[in-house]
Write a protein that binds this ligand. Structure first.
Ligand SMILES: [Zn+2]
Length: 57
């Protein structure tokens, strides 16, 4: 059983404590741990870069 402040990361599947992070771009539901959130942020930044490139054409 998960405790109140425990979540299962929807990306790596590990249990973690705390609120969790929005895994948007990688997953559409659930929460992800801080470790995976770094990947999500990286992905988000890459998307921003791609957008900039497309818009500059
Ligand atoms: Zn994770």
């Amino acid at each position: 059983m998960l405790k109140d402040d425990e979540h299962v990361c929807c990306i790596c599947g590990k249990r973690f404590k705390g609120y969790g992070n929005n895994p948007e771009l990688i997953k559409n539901e659930g929460v992800c741990c801080d470790e995976c959130n770094k990947k999500v942020i990286e992905q988000r930044l890459q998307m921003e870069e791609i957008k900039k490139i497309i818009e500059s054409w």
